[in-house]
Design a protein around this ligand. Structure first.
Ligand SMILES: CC(C)(COP(=O)(O)OP(=O)(O)OC[C@H]1O[C@@H](n2cnc3c(N)ncnc32)[C@H](O)[C@@H]1OP(=O)(O)O)[C@@H](O)C(=O)NCCC(=O)NCCS
Length: 202
């Protein structure tokens, strides 16, 4: 599946997170989330959890030097996502896109990748936690038929509750929808990347 995602024609690719990515992922995690993961959490998932799968979204040549506010400038990693399967239930554990690259479809593409991986690993349902105040993420999850099934009180470090969302049935029809959506999202991203002016140096 991952090879398919890295088509040479695209100026980005989604690939499996490797140990050498952890430092950069953590920098992005700190930029994006109020309660970023410690290094040990990534290490645990990548090295020791055979039922976990983490992705990174990276730019490929020639876009790698623009719009990039951090050091080192050679860093091209602009998003990540992760999932694990516990018994027959998938759990999307994290999802983020760098703020400069939002609104283009990358978050959706990462979510589709995580959902497809969940199905590859034979989960029959998938769940995740989201802040009730995170309207953007909730919209995205609603698009993929996540429904509320509960709430964890004071789940986040700042005391906010988490909503528990689930897709209760991952079946052939859902897999088909994911594949169709994936094609649409990839097309949309390509069109946005081709927008005149978008690719000029800022
Ligand atoms: C959530 C997040 C990953 C979305 O990534 P993105 O690349 O900006 O999203 P996309 O461009 O793929 O948009 C996909 C859908 O998300 C929703 N969405 C995206 N931006 C939105 C916005 N500004 N307001 C409301 N909904 C929005 C829409 O449903 C959109 O679908 P549409 O384009 O058909 O309307 C990104 O905002 C992010 O990293 N946020 C911070 C981290 C986070 O909250 N992660 C989720 C933790 S549970």
């Amino acid at each position: 599946m991952l090879e398919q995602q890295g088509k040479d024609t695209y100026p980005y690719r989604i690939r499996q997170m490797e140990p050498h990515d952890i430092h950069t992922v953590m920098m992005l995690d700190r930029l994006v989330f109020a309660d970023p993961w410690p290094e040990s959490a990534y290490t645990q998932e990548i090295y020791f959890n055979p039922l976990a799968y983490y992705f990174v979204l990276e730019l490929t040549h020639p876009l790698q030097h623009w719009r990039w506010p951090w050091k080192p400038r050679s860093t091209t990693l602009i998003g990540f996502a992760g999932m694990r399967v516990e018994q027959t239930r998938g759990h999307i554990s994290t999802l983020a896109v760098h703020q400069d690259w939002r609104g283009m479809g990358f978050g959706e593409l990462l979510l589709i990748s995580a959902l497809q991986q969940t199905m590859t690993m034979k989960a029959s349902a998938v769940m995740l936690e989201v802040r009730p105040t995170n309207a953007t993420a909730r919209n995205l999850y609603a698009k993929y038929h996540f429904i509320p099934i509960g709430r964890h009180t004071r789940y986040y470090q700042d005391g906010e509750d988490a909503l528990l969302l689930e897709v209760p049935r991952l079946d052939a029809s859902y897999a088909q929808q994911l594949q169709e959506r994936r094609q649409m999202v990839e097309k949309r991203i390509q069109e946005r990347l081709n927008t005149p002016g978008l690719l000029s140096h800022q």
